[in-house]
Write a protein that binds this ligand. Structure first.
Ligand code: HEC
Ligand code: HEC
Ligand code: HEC
Length: 457
């Protein structure tokens, strides 16, 4: 009898010990909320539709080529199950994997470097105990061409750019602004899309949030400049982040649509207000891609747009008549005059930041890929026209709505559409890469021969 009691006591204390080892459930939940705010799942998703969360394989388009997101489930062999918390922190904040290899900045460690120790800790517990392990490697591997396949190059890049924006804690900032800044700069990594990049493809901090070009899309100027969000109220910004649209202003398609669907719509209202408060008081910077918004007189439009409503071109499936394409493919939802529906479910194109942006990127990319987004209010859908229209037709209809509804008279060609669809204009570094390498080799040879001749003397 006595020994049985001992046994029970022993089992009881073992259970207590086991419960001690399992981390606090509330910490795991906090980690999950941080993972949502940081949108880890958007990039680390499975390339297969409805695949397991965080299983990796999704390709992030970079100007250097596709970069495949890793499996970050706690699988020992294929994921990050073997990561210590220290190694996990280094991946997030320094861009170094557990085995020491350099990560490409497609993983936004330049933003996550500002993450607090408490947040890293909660995030680590969530990934170790709150995520199901997936024991399979992502279907694809990252293969960049020379010299970008040399990951050690990131050492130099990190030296130049990783410590440029450590998050100071200016005492003067209110708690709300500090929170807003943390959400914008660190967790939400808004800057990775909305800040233009310099010739080495690092964010140009002197033009913070004044408009970037992620993969063919245009992430507009979100500073309080007239070319940015000057006319957006605090609640406009909150509504946009929550639902993905603000009637008469804009809507979130492409990468922003994904961020709304997977991340921002789940943030607590206080956090959304903190984000809005922060970006409404940052310095106003005129975007290089200024908004137009000026509409030419209607007679001019009619003079410029030929063949409007021409029945013959409507019937011709190879037509590149923008007006005909518009009334065929778009007017049923956006209205003949581009006014959309009264409830704005099908948005107006005449008062629309995507159409009036100086960059045609979002119009073209929305026509190519369509729009499909779940916000906190509704699910919106616009079909993709990639398989129904060729590049010339997409150029024609995009050019038509930009001219007709926003007064922007810049010609758009099939070649422009092709370039946008394949990720946008290549950055300086890529365009001149081989000249730069050749120049570097010549300089090196000159230095070596100079040194040799010195030695001979
Ligand atoms: C914008 C896309 C993006 C977001 C957001 C993102 N990651 Fe990543 N992450 C990547 C890519 C791409 C890689 C692989 C980079 C490479 O191969 O160089 C990566 C690599 C990693 C690695 C290294 C794994 C390994 O061993 O290869 C870890 C750990 C990681 N991410 C964790 C996270 C966590 C945690 C979050 C959220 C806080 C997050 N990532 C958010 C794109 C992203
Ligand atoms: C993955 C890239 C990406 C990230 C991260 C991102 N954005 Fe965006 N954002 C975009 C793109 C692209 C658009 C244009 C969407 C469209 O018009 O379809 C956009 C549009 C917007 C707009 C509407 C601007 C307008 O004039 O219509 C606001 C406001 C905005 N983003 C705020 C934010 C904030 C705040 C964050 C961080 C909390 C953020 N974004 C993070 C890519 C991104
Ligand atoms: C079935 C209805 C439907 C059709 C047809 C349609 N659209 Fe749309 N369109 C939508 C919806 C819905 C949205 C997104 C609304 C939202 O986000 O709230 C949208 C958004 C847009 C946007 C904004 C994209 C952005 O990046 O913010 C543009 C530009 C646009 N449509 C142009 C077109 C053009 C051009 C055509 C014809 C080739 C077309 N649409 C056909 C329903 C439609």
């Amino acid at each position: 009898m006595k020994s049985l009691m001992y046994l029970l006591l022993l089992v009881g204390s073992w259970q207590v010990a086991a419960a001690d080892m399992l981390p606090d459930q509330s910490l795991i939940q906090r980690g999950q909320a941080i993972a949502t705010a940081a949108d880890c799942g958007a990039c680390h998703r499975d390339s297969a539709k409805n695949g397991a969360p965080f299983a990796g394989g999704y390709a992030i388009n970079s100007p250097m080529g596709p970069i495949i997101a890793s499996n970050i489930t706690p699988s020992e062999q294929f994921g990050i199950g073997g990561y210590t918390e220290r190694q996990f922190a280094d991946a997030l904040r320094k861009g170094r994997a557990a085995d020491g290899h350099f990560l490409y900045p497609a993983m936004p460690y330049t933003a996550f470097q500002g993450m607090t120790d408490d947040d890293v800790h909660a995030l680590y517990l969530y990934f170790m105990y709150g995520v199901k392990p997936v024991d399979r490697a992502p279907a694809a591997k990252t293969h960049l061409s020379f010299p970008f396949n040399i990951r050690q190059l990131m050492w130099g890049w990190n030296l130049l750019y990783l410590h440029h924006r450590s998050i100071q804690r200016p005492e003067a900032l209110s708690e709300k602004l500090q929170r807003g800044r943390y959400l914008v700069d660190v967790l939400g990594h808004c800057s990775t899309c909305h800040t233009p990049r310099n010739i080495l493809m690092a964010e140009d901090q002197s033009r913070y949030l004044s408009g970037g070009l992620p993969g063919g899309w245009y992430a507009p100027n979100i500073t309080p400049d007239p070319s940015g969000l000057a006319d957006w109220s605090q609640s406009d910004i909150v509504t946009y982040l929550k639902t993905g649209h603000v009637a008469g202003k804009g809507q979130a398609a492409g990468p922003m649509g994904e961020a709304v669907e997977q991340s921002f719509r789940y943030l607590p209202d206080d956090d959304l207000h903190a984000i809005a408060a922060w970006i409404r008081q940052i310095p106003a910077i005129p975007g290089r891609q200024a908004k137009s918004g000026i509409r030419p007189p209607v007679e001019d439009i009619n003079r410029i747009i030929k063949g409007q409503g021409d029945q013959a071109s409507l019937a011709d499936s190879s037509s590149t008549d923008g007006a005909a394409l518009y009334s065929n493919a778009c007017a049923s939802c956006h209205g003949r005059q581009g006014m959309g529906t009264a409830d704005s479910f099908y948005p107006s194109l005449t008062r629309n930041s995507a159409v009036s942006a100086a960059s045609p990127g979002n119009v073209v990319m929305a026509v190519v890929n369509g729009v499909h987004r779940r916000g906190s209010d509704a699910e919106v859908f616009m079909p993709a026209f990639a398989s129904q229209m060729n590049d010339a037709q997409i150029a024609a209809v995009s050019g038509y709505i930009r001219l007709h509804f926003a007064g922007i008279d810049t010609p758009l060609t099939a070649a422009d559409v092709h370039m946008l669809r394949s990720g946008g204009e290549p950055p300086f570094l890529l365009r001149y890469l081989y000249w730069l390498i050749a120049g570097g080799v010549i300089v090196l040879l000159l230095v070596i021969s100079g040194l040799l001749s010195l030695r001979r003397r």
